[in-house]
Write a protein that binds this ligand. Structure first.
Ligand SMILES: [Zn+2]
Length: 165
């Protein structure tokens, strides 16, 4: 299903009802992203990518070794914030999975962000009914609470509309 230059799958944590950030209960003292180096909290969240100064390639996730296209050293790569909106390029529903989470069924999509960067992510809910071409928007959903009461949230994508054929 890989179709873009760089992909990542946010594949852990339960799938729950769509929320931007869950209402806090009294046990939760703060919120952080499961992968804070890749996702900044907000509504919508921001995806942290990388742009090559030598060839202008934008990548996600950031590559710690240099540019995959032109081979520029890592010091030629700048952090870039990517909007969390795009369209579904490919979609697959998982009905059997070797891990307990996400609970099955869940749906993984290859999403082409409006910036042109491609990534793989889990759709919100079970994702049933999602189709290639559907518009999606990043959201964060609670997936765990740390011992210190910090709620950990993970990135999911919610379908926001369907482009007419
Ligand atoms: Zn490059």
């Amino acid at each position: 299903m890989r179709t873009g230059p760089a992909t990542v799958c946010f594949d852990s944590g339960p799938i729950v009802t769509p929320v931007a950030v869950a209402p806090y209960d009294c046990a939760v003292s703060s919120v952080r992203a499961r992968h804070p180096e890749l996702v900044r909290l907000g509504d919508p969240p921001t995806i942290v990518g990388q742009r090559c100064r030598a060839c202008d390639r934008t990548a996600f996730p950031p590559d710690p070794f240099g540019c995959e296209r032109c081979g520029a050293e890592v010091d030629q790569l700048d952090e870039v914030e990517l909007g969390a909106t795009g369209s579904i390029h490919a979609v697959a529903t998982v009905r059997r999975h070797h891990r307990p989470r996400p609970e099955t069924p869940f749906t993984v999509a290859t999403i082409v962000l409006d910036s042109g960067v491609s990534l793989k992510a889990v759709l919100d809910g079970d994702g049933s009914g999602a189709e290639v071409g559907d518009r999606v928007r990043g959201i964060t959903v609670p997936c765990a609470v740390d011992d210190d009461g910090t709620e950990i949230v993970d990135l999911r994508f919610a379908v926001t509309g369907r482009e007419s054929a």
